[in-house]
Design a protein around this ligand. Structure first.
Ligand code: MHQ
Length: 263
């Protein structure tokens, strides 16, 4: 037979199969990229044009003069806005809406903050270590009144390092979809189903990294996943601390979605 003679027998069926598969993966990548583009707060060219806008000394001082609870409430609202865009992104990932309602919620509960933090690197300027927040670029000092300097420093370091990888919008889109479709999340009812949707998104990521001739990024991206997890754990820890000090602020003034996700 052909294989004994050292070459593969021509098999039109398997050729058809691999053609179908790569077409499907191509379409999946395109769809995820479109979903990402439609659900980011700012387009890359808008951010580029806004880079010169930085907070003045007076403006920074005004943020630093806010009370702890006032600044927490302010940031919780900003964070919740960003989460809402991520929820919209998730709903537009092919296969996500077909998961059970409870599994969709479980994935968003544990994954939406991680995606917000990955997306934060798009809003980051590594030249001066600032992030686009409230309409201008802000350094860590602006967040002083939150009284969680270690968390802020860690978030900025993460954004800085991820920004240094210079991901394209396509690469970031598919990576964030992968962050959401994590079959190891707690409380999932149908892990196999999540794993099946994830498998195709993994193929999509390999596909675009191969196409971009940047396969070495795959390992670097997977390395960030445990860091994301620890940052989210630190955020929850800080929230517990804050809630003990200001239970009424959280109860009456934090967005319901924030409490639902993190509370
Ligand atoms: C924006 C970009 C952006 C910039 C800064 C107070 C609290 C609830 C928790 C981001 C601790 C603070 C913030 C920096 C922390 C969670 C704050 C500090 C979307 C929002 C985003 C990502 C902010 C989200 C909230 C962050 C992470 O376009």
């Amino acid at each position: 037979s052909g294989s004994e003679m050292g070459f593969r027998p021509f098999d039109p069926e398997s050729l058809f199969f691999s053609y179908q598969t790569s077409l499907h993966i191509e379409e999946l990548s395109a769809s995820i990229v479109r979903s990402h583009r439609e659900t980011t707060q700012y387009r890359p060219e808008e951010l580029q044009a806004l880079r010169w806008k930085v907070f003045s000394r007076e403006e920074i001082h005004a943020y630093q003069s806010k009370s702890v609870d006032e600044m927490w409430q302010h940031c919780a609202v900003r964070l919740t806005d960003a989460v809402q865009y991520v929820v919209e992104f998730a709903k537009r990932i092919p296969g996500f809406r077909q998961l059970g309602q409870n599994d969709q919620i479980a994935l968003l509960k544990s994954g939406s903050m991680e995606v917000v933090l990955v997306r934060m690197s798009r809003m980051f300027n590594t030249e001066n270590n600032t992030v686009f927040f409230d309409g201008k670029f802000a350094g860590t000092e602006l967040f002083k009144s939150l009284a969680c300097g270690d968390l802020i420093a860690a978030l900025f370091e993460f954004a800085h390092n991820l920004c240094a990888l210079r991901l394209t919008e396509q690469q970031m889109a598919v990576f964030t979809a992968l962050v959401l479709l994590n079959a190891d999340r707690p409380c999932l009812e149908d892990r196999e189903r999540v794993q099946r949707v994830r498998r195709d998104v993994e193929l999509a990521l390999s596909h675009i990294l191969h196409r971009d001739n940047q396969e070495s990024l795959l390992h670097k991206l997977y390395q960030r996943v445990p860091v994301l997890k620890s940052l989210c754990a630190l955020h929850i820890e800080k929230l517990r601390w804050f809630r003990q000090l200001y239970p009424l602020t959280v109860h009456s003034h934090f967005p319901p979605l924030y409490k639902e996700l993190f509370g």
